[in-house]
Ligand binder design. Sequence first.
Ligand code: ZN
Ligand code: ZN
Length: 353
Amino acid sequence: MASVAGALRRWALRRARSGATRSNLPWSFLSTSTTGAGNDAVSEQIGQGASGGEKAKTSAGSIPPPIRVSLTDSAGRGVFASRAIGAGDLIHTASQPVVAHPLPSLLSKVCYYCLRRSSGDTAVLSDSSCSSSRYFCSDECKEKSKGFLEIESTSSWSAYDTHCKERGLKYPFLVKRLACMVVAGTVSADTLDILQPASLHPDMLPEMEAEYELLKLAFVEADLEEALISFLTKQWFLGVMARIRINAFRVETVGGSYEDLLDLASSSVVADSAVGNAVYILPSFYNHDCDPNAHILWIDNMDAKLKALRDIEPGEELRICYIDASMDREARQSLLYHGFGFQCRCSRCLSGD
Ligand SMILES: [Zn+2]
Ligand SMILES: [Zn+2]
């Protein structure tokens, strides 16, 4: 599948998720129950696909997108086609990640809220209330940032930020954003609990504990009410990091319009168009395949588009490729096992390709 491989190289994903052990999670409610917080979160995400951002060809108007989340035979939950989907169709848009953050090196060039790149010729709405300049693409994004920004601005982040930047760490910035959102009351502290956590190697713990201490210190020094930061335990930090590690997407915007995407798939690759990282709920339910029938991409901001790469039958599982599908079998197997925690048994791998 050279053409698929080419398309995937274009938007290579740097993400990981374990497909190995999900039996400890109550995924069954996703398909069997109509109540419960987790199911609401999924329904909400699916609803956003129909109403948020660009309208899907297959889900115009109020028709929900052609997907359902339910259990798979082997890999826990997955996303399935609820009706036929045509090659190239936009399956749905996930326009609202739980948490997103620009790359720390791009704060003056990428919208602090929606990850849209500055075009350079528009007025930069930088936030003058803090020492480091941040770019906002619009007043709307600035308005939507108000909650977490107010909390963020009450603390001094220089120790935390420097620590993370020096080590090239990106995920702690997502945790910081999430913690500020929790303190601001815009999300609940357990909002990522529905996602599969990575198993953290004991070697990682001292580093993460150091990050936790710095994060905690920033909030403690901000003199916030004790009750507001009571969620901020080491256990919370590690739990969030474990989920971010294998569910965060590296957001690479491709520019252009949805109609251009098929053309873009075969055009030359921009070396590094990454603008930030984001964690979504519904896109995290897509399982992996080295010969996927769906792909996730971003056009100009954090709105994630799920696109069908070929005709998909009703009931067929939708799968994306977590890695660069152009790699050979051995490299894919190794990366998926060591980075993502599972041994790939997709039909392409089984065929030896
Ligand atoms: Zn924006
Ligand atoms: Zn495979």
